[in-house]
Design a protein around this ligand. Structure first.
Ligand SMILES: Nc1ncnc2c1ncn2[C@@H]1O[C@H](COP(=O)(O)OP(=O)(O)O)[C@@H](O)[C@H]1O
Ligand SMILES: [Mg+2]
Length: 292
């Protein structure tokens, strides 16, 4: 739960959001502007603290860290990619220097041997993301997509457990955005990094296996995609939408469903052998009967 108080006005940015991300997962968080996505990411990044509740990343309790632990957490446990390309890279450094920088900050100077090792690691990361040709380029000499992929390499520099990205493709056209998603997938598959991408772009759902939708600071639904092989041996991607059920058992009925059946205020629930029937409350008492 995260409540913001400004001038006596209270905004509940997150309320009862219950999300579990598996180690090594690549997932997207979608939701309209103002739904609480950046607030959640700020908490996971260790930049903001929840008002109540619990948040744990890679064994770190985000409510209990002191300033020192928080700094270490931000440098070594999470990597961050922002929407604004300019916020991710220092303009006067080349791509390889930008990737070396986080390693320098967390390790200190070290000798020539340490420096050479850091440069080699930075070159490896740039190569992995298809950016070898950008090694000695500064931001203004790279395309928007190349800059964001370099930002992913920077985020990966200290081998974090998790990468958090807030609208990383918000300033890119869709073809370039796809290349950036491909770079996230490469990092996820090759390095095993857990990746959470926040976006208001619904098209992201076709780029990742799991997409969670946030609505008014809660988890509303999620879409899981998996590849199935049919009888003829052809592969096809099957996407299924799930509604979220929180720990208290609450779930949100999608508006098109409630409108179609004119559901308001309450419903009748019936436990069947393998499902729960949700029926409109009809004043004349016919609610709850199976509709066949
Ligand atoms: N620092 C803040 N102070 C007050 N209200 C805030 C602050 N940050 C976010 N909010 C409010 O919290 C809600 C969620 O915001 P945000 O997490 O930025 O949403 P999103 O990233 O999904 O667009 C919004 O109503 C927003 O106005
Ligand atoms: Mg946001």
């Amino acid at each position: 739960m995260r409540i913001f108080r400004t001038d006596g006005v209270e905004v509940q940015a997150l309320q009862g959001l219950d999300l579990l991300v598996a180690d090594g997962e690549l997932m997207a968080l979608v939701g309209a502007s103002g739904s609480g996505k950046s607030t959640l990411l700020g908490i996971l990044a260790g930049l903001d603290v929840p008002t109540a509740g619990s948040a744990t990343v890679a064994g770190f309790d985000l409510l209990a860290m002191d300033a020192r632990a928080r700094l270490r957490y931000r440098r070594e446990v999470v990597g961050f990619v922002w929407q604004q390309t300019a916020r991710n890279l220092l303009p006067y450094l080349t791509a390889v220097q930008n990737v070396v920088l986080p390693m320098q900050l967390s390790e200190g100077g070290g000798g020539r041997h340490a420096r050479r090792r850091r440069v080699a690691h930075a070159e490896d990361l740039l190569g992995l993301l298809g950016l070898a040709h950008c090694r000695d380029r500064r931001s203004r000499e790279m395309s928007g997509g190349e800059q964001q992929r370099t930002a992913i390499a920077v985020a990966l520099a200290n081998s974090p457990a998790v990468i958090l990205a807030d609208e990383p493709t918000g300033e890119l056209d869709s073809a370039t955005a796809e290349q950036v998603f491909a770079a996230f997938r490469t990092a996820n598959e090759e390095l095993g990094t857990t990746i959470v991408i926040v976006t208001h772009d619904q098209a992201v759902a076709s780029q990742v296996r799991r997409t969670v939708a946030v609505h008014d600071g809660r988890m509303a639904s999620e879409v899981l995609r998996r590849t199935e092989v049919d009888a003829s041996g052809a592969e096809r991607v099957v996407a299924r939408e799930y509604a979220a059920v929180d720990r208290a058992g609450r779930l949100q009925l999608p508006r098109p469903y409630t409108e179609a059946l004119e559901i308001r205020e309450r419903v009748v629930l019936d436990l069947e052998e393998d499902h729960i029937r949700v029926s409109p409350d009809r004043k004349d008492g016919e609610g709850g009967e199976p509709r066949r």
